[in-house]
Design a binder for this molecule. Structure first.
Ligand code: UFG
Length: 338
């Protein structure tokens, strides 16, 4: 009998790639997603890649009775909680939405797990919980001081999970702090499909390359970084997906709380990303310098040693593979999933 894993937000960018990896590792996958920022078509693609079906339900996690029906129909070995909203600027304008979808939804999910005696959870957090207080490279022990609503909503869930383990050490929980996931599955069948004008760097570059957007605005070129543009820790989304499977294996073995950075451990500037992408797609990426974006930090990247020590995980796909895979996805699916 295969172990069955519930993946919340499994049709999203991270969730879908993680489902592929779970299926490849021999798990059965049940997805709950409200499809607010994704489409069921994603899961057909996941099934095509894996050669196996994915069971899915259109469920908003805050809908307790809908969630209860899913739990009544399946016996899960663990939960990967990837569902959430993640647009930083939108979060500043609509904080309540962010606390509802990120915090309240997590509470409902945890409550349902408790009712079914299920205590194995992997939670999608973000490097944005560190904020300005931490020194680079960010270590997991660094103080948390997120400077956005989005970051605070993630930190609040982390706090809830810590309290949960404190009160009941039989919980098995891994908190994964993602740095900047980019790239796509090497099949070109799944990838990042943002709605509207992409707010993040990589999908914006992709859309300039394909001709949907005229140019990239580089937000700031006067940062104290080697070339003046912002530096981030970009990691391939399939490396991240592998990290989830290893974290799941860990929580199936060990109880308590494990908090891990998932990053590649080095930073790349915006200009380095542009050049690597130009190389991968053999096209010119038009860009112009624009003022800094409010709330952006100059440079940060992970100290990713703990994930390697505890899980034996590290990001091994390089920038060239990231850009090649992102370009394959974009060029084969110029309109995303639609
Ligand atoms: N950038 C541009 N132009 C753009 C978009 C981005 O120059 O059009 C720059 C940014 O200023 C930054 C870098 O590219 O220097 C990366 O920006 P992203 O928006 O791609 O990513 P962020 O580092 O701002 O944030 C991302 C996710 C967050 C997450 C965080 C965790 O968007 O959800 O990583 O590290 F919390």
């Amino acid at each position: 009998m295969r172990q069955k894993i519930l993946v919340s937000g499994g049709a999203g960018y991270i969730g879908s790639h993680t489902c592929v990896e779970l299926l490849a590792a021999g798990y059965d996958v049940v997805v709950v997603d409200n499809f607010s920022n994704s489409k069921p078509a994603v899961l057909d693609r996941v099934s095509r890649i894996a050669g196996r079906d994915v069971t899915w339900y259109e469920v908003d996690l805050r809908d307790k009775s809908a969630l209860a029906r899913v739990f009544a129909q399946h016996t899960f070995s663990g939960v990967l909680h990837c569902a959430g909203v993640k647009a930083i600027d939108e979060a500043q304008r609509f904080p309540l939405k962010y606390y509802q979808h990120n915090l309240e939804a997590s509470l409902t999910l945890i409550e349902a797990m408790t009712q079914h005696g299920l205590r194995r959870l992997v939670f999608s957090s973000s490097a944005t919980v560190y904020g300005e207080a931490a020194r680079v490279p960010y270590r997991e022990e660094a103080p948390l001081a997120p400077n956005t609503v989005y970051g605070r909503s993630k930190m609040m869930v982390e706090n809830v999970l810590q309290d949960l383990v404190q009160a009941d050490p039989s919980w098995h929980i891994a908190i994964l702090r993602y740095f900047n996931p980019v790239g796509a599955h090497s099949s070109g069948l799944i990838g990042e499909d943002p709605s509207g004008i992409p707010g993040n760097l990589m999908p914006h570059i992709c859309q300039v390359a394909i001709g949907k957007l005229d140019e990239l605005a580089i937000f700031g070129h006067d940062y104290p970084t080697p070339d003046g543009t912002g530096v981030r820790d970009y990691l391939h989304v399939m490396d991240l997906a592998e990290g989830h499977v290893k974290a799941l294996e860990y929580v199936c073995r060990e109880s308590g709380l494990l908090t891990l950075n998932l990053g590649n451990g080095r930073g790349y500037s915006v200009l380095e990303m542009v050049r690597a992408f130009e190389h991968a797609c053999s096209r010119k990426i038009n860009y112009r310098y624009a003022p800094r974006r409010a709330g952006d930090l100059a440079s940060y990247y992970a100290d990713a040693r703990r994930a390697n020590e505890v899980l034996g995980w590290r990001a091994h796909r390089d920038l060239s593979e990231i850009c090649t895979d992102a370009w394959r996805w974009q060029s084969q699916n110029p309109e995303g999933y639609s």
